[in-house]
Write a protein that binds this ligand. Structure first.
Ligand SMILES: [Fe+2]
Length: 207
């Protein structure tokens, strides 16, 4: 056998050279589910993965909104909010992973990339520039409300369809985390004096 031909065969069998710039058709289309021994019918898994992907896109958007707020906040409460926003970012990141992997384990394809998330999310796009703290807080609370509304609906639907795992994830993780974060953010919007207590005639209900 000629030496050139021998080298070519050898290259197909064993070679330390990484294969770069590869491409091929995708192995599963978005919006489809594979068959799995989960005792959940295909229509159930199709509906659940579609709704979970909506929840995923909204959660990824809220996660990013927290990082934007973490970076861009300012004013006398900078340090406190800087830390709080990053804590909530971390908790939302964990939810993102849990929701995405729930889509995959149900046989679906999780939404992943920013342009696809931007096309899908129900949360309004914020401006690129910086906003005042009350606007940041209000924007975060509006986003939480969208997610909480969808999560309650999805949890009830999952329960009705017999998808107990999705119901548990949405209630125990998504809903409870969002409810707690709403509390922590909302308390920053209570207009209480920082230094001097106001007289009873100026407090709420006494006007
Ligand atoms: Fe940071």
């Amino acid at each position: 056998m000629p030496e050139k031909r021998t080298r070519a065969i050898h290259a197909e069998v064993i070679n330390a050279q990484p294969r770069f710039h590869q491409s091929a058709p995708e192995v599963q289309a978005y919006g489809t589910v594979t068959l799995l021994p989960l005792e959940l019918e295909e229509p159930v898994r199709l509906e659940m993965t579609e709704q979970l992907n909506q929840l995923l896109a909204d959660t990824m958007t809220l996660r990013d909104l927290y990082k934007k707020s973490h970076w861009q906040t300012s004013g006398p409460t900078f340090y406190q909010l800087h830390l709080l926003f990053d804590k909530h970012f971390g908790e939302q990141s964990e939810l993102v992973d849990s929701i995405a992997e729930r889509v995959q384990l149900l046989g679906g394809v999780s939404i992943a990339m920013a342009p696809d998330v931007a096309e899908t999310t129900a949360i309004p796009r914020p401006p690129r520039g910086r906003e005042a703290v009350p606007v940041q807080l209000s924007r975060l609370l509006d986003a939480h409300q969208i997610i909480i509304r969808a999560a309650r609906k999805l949890a009830r639907r999952a329960s009705a369809l017999g998808d107990d795992g999705t119901n548990d994830l949405v209630v125990s993780d998504v809903l409870r985390t969002n409810e707690l974060q709403v509390w922590f953010v909302s308390e920053h919007l209570v207009n209480l004096p920082l230094v001097e207590a106001q007289t009873p005639s100026r407090t709420a209900g006494a006007a």
